[in-house]
Design a protein around this ligand. Structure first.
Ligand SMILES: [Cu+2]
Length: 330
């Protein structure tokens, strides 16, 4: 009898999840990437997101910055980098502060189920929605708000990325970076100094005023350049939300040693020795490169006229010259 009671108590404890491990996700903002997952077994990973509607800088100006009224996750464009492991359960707490004007939700491309989570996370101003999602497949995915009209919620800045590591994790590299491409559509011309307004007609016509990395012009140039040393292995988690344009991602002066096309991190081997990778709107890629010669390497969308809309960043590499690989002769 006593033994039966013990077994019953154990079963009860198990059904109430007494053995459940809940960890809080380490969130980072572009270009930072959270540390690799050290766990070797699944956990419940809690992620707190707050939808914030905020004025921010789209581009620095000579007299005044170009400003935009962004809709964001956690006050950042792009939103946080979420890093979990296949088999984990993502426990999402999505808070929409009462001061906001719009309802918001989240569609994570890593989630299996209606709307990628959007169907059960729509939070009105003043509400918090909590939901759990099992991470069934590894990969590097985007997420975005999908509250109606989804077009405007994406165009105004509500997107980010989620990495679902495979069971064995990813090979160790020296540096990891988070770069996300997106477009902005404003009634004012490119470089207008002051507060700009969203132009839904330009968005519908797919004629962006700005095409940027990490939410604004100059996020990865000059003092904001990505930094590495010669000999470093570098992994770039590159995502493109669009909302309209496909990206031809290229790093001038390097060759991608490995490309995990479309962010696929399953059994399929990476592509090798690639110059430019096509990244669809609502898609991503993981690229790896080794920088052997010091200097500045430009990250671009090789639809090259987009340089003048803001789509450029710099990877700055320090180290000794590498004659034999790269040298001027005359
Ligand atoms: Cu939204």
């Amino acid at each position: 009898m006593r033994r039966m009671l013990i077994i019953a108590a154990a079963l009860l404890a198990a059904s109430y999840g007494a053995a459940e491990t809940v960890v809080k996700a380490q969130l980072t903002y572009a270009p930072e990437v959270p540390a690799p997952i050290a766990r070797t077994s699944p956990a419940v990973v809690r992620v707190d997101l707050e939808t914030k509607e905020v004025d921010g800088t789209l581009m620095e100006g000579l007299e005044a910055p170009t400003q935009y009224h962004f809709w964001t996750f956690n006050g950042h464009v792009p939103g946080p980098f979420i890093r979990v492991r296949v088999g984990d359960t993502l426990e999402l707490h999505l808070t929409n502060p009462a001061v906001n004007s719009m309802a918001h939700n989240i569609d994570l491309h890593a989630v299996t189920g209606p709307g990628g989570g959007a169907a059960i996370t729509l939070a009105q101003p003043g509400e918090t929605k909590v939901a759990r999602f099992k991470m069934l497949q590894p990969g590097f995915f985007v997420y975005h708000c999908a509250a109606p009209p989804v077009t405007d919620h994406i165009a105004n800045g509500m997107y980010g990325v989620i990495l679902v590591e495979p069971e064995k994790g990813l090979p160790k590299v020296d540096r990891e970076f988070y770069v996300m491409q997106s477009e902005f559509y404003t009634k004012q011309e490119y470089g207008y100094e002051g507060m700009t307004t969203y132009d839904a007609d330009k968005a519908a016509a797919e004629t962006p005023t700005y095409i940027v990395f990490n939410g604004r012009v100059g996020s990865l140039t000059e003092g904001n350049a990505l930094k590495a040393k010669t000999g470093d292995s570098v992994r770039i988690f590159f995502a493109n939300i669009g909302p309209n344009k496909v990206s031809s991602f290229h790093t001038i002066g390097t060759i991608f040693d490995k490309v995990f096309l479309n962010g696929g991190l399953g059994e399929n081997p990476p592509l090798r020795h690639i110059q430019t990778v096509l990244v669809p709107a609502g898609g991503a890629a993981v690229v790896e490169l080794k920088v052997q010669v010091p200097g500045d390497y430009s990250l671009v969308d090789h639809s090259i006229f987009r340089l003048s809309k803001g789509a450029v960043g710099i990877l700055h590499v320090d180290g000794k010259p590498a004659p034999g690989i790269y040298e001027a002769m005359k």
